[in-house]
Design a protein around this ligand. Structure first.
Ligand SMILES: CC(C)(COP(=O)(O)OP(=O)(O)OC[C@H]1O[C@@H](n2cnc3c(N)ncnc32)[C@H](O)[C@@H]1OP(=O)(O)O)[C@@H](O)C(=O)NCCC(=O)NCCS
Length: 162
């Protein structure tokens, strides 16, 4: 994308990030909440992560009008078995109105460059197999490998969004 800029997220970006999540619409519950209820925890997470730049990086993609059109987060995890660091990418979201113009790729490439600069062993993320991004091979096109022998487990403390 010619005019996309990638920069660190600031707390003022929280409302735009919440709006993107609602535009994508994966959670009816989230879409029925007040925007402040969705953006407030995002703002807290941005503040927390920006106070610990060795541990976390939250970045946004902005267009030529300085509008936030996407974001991603990566958490730099010390991994004893690897004797190194793994970057765990926890969210990659682009506004549907700005999709298909390279913003998602630009966000992921920024993370890939940052992990290399930090001397990481690898990056890791999850991608729902029913999602259009998985079916379109979004991560494979960017050079990522799907692990055939690894199951992804989660342990919930409370109900997820959707
Ligand atoms: C996945 C996502 C981040 C891609 O962002 P984007 O800015 O539209 O991606 P790009 O413009 O960089 O596209 C990169 C490539 O992936 C393909 N692609 C990505 N998402 C796609 C989708 N939803 N449907 C079809 N193709 C898709 C594009 O066609 C493009 O392929 P090409 O290089 O052969 O033309 C965005 O669609 C999104 O936010 N989806 C919802 C959330 C999601 O699924 N996130 C990823 C898993 S957590």
């Amino acid at each position: 994308m010619a005019n996309v800029i990638i920069r660190l997220a600031q707390k003022e970006d929280a409302v735009s990030m919440a709006e993107i999540l609602r535009e994508i619409g994966w959670s009816e519950r989230r879409n029925n909440m007040l925007i402040e209820e969705v953006s407030s925890p995002i703002k807290d997470l941005i503040i927390h992560c920006n106070q610990d730049p060795d541990g976390h990086t939250i970045i946004v993609a902005v267009d030529e009008e300085n509008k936030v059109i996407g974001f991603t987060n990566v958490h730099w995890v010390p991994f004893v078995m690897l004797g190194s660091w793994e970057g765990y990418v926890s969210d990659v979201f682009v506004s549907p109105s700005a999709s298909g113009k390279g913003a998602g790729s630009a966000l992921v490439k920024y993370v890939m460059d940052e992990g290399e600069k930090r001397g990481c062993m690898r990056l890791m993320l999850t991608n729902g197999k029913e999602k259009p991004s998985y079916k379109a091979g979004f991560y494979k096109k960017l050079g990522w490998t799907e692990r055939p022998k690894v199951a992804n487990f989660v342990y919930y403390y409370r109900e997820p969004w959707s």
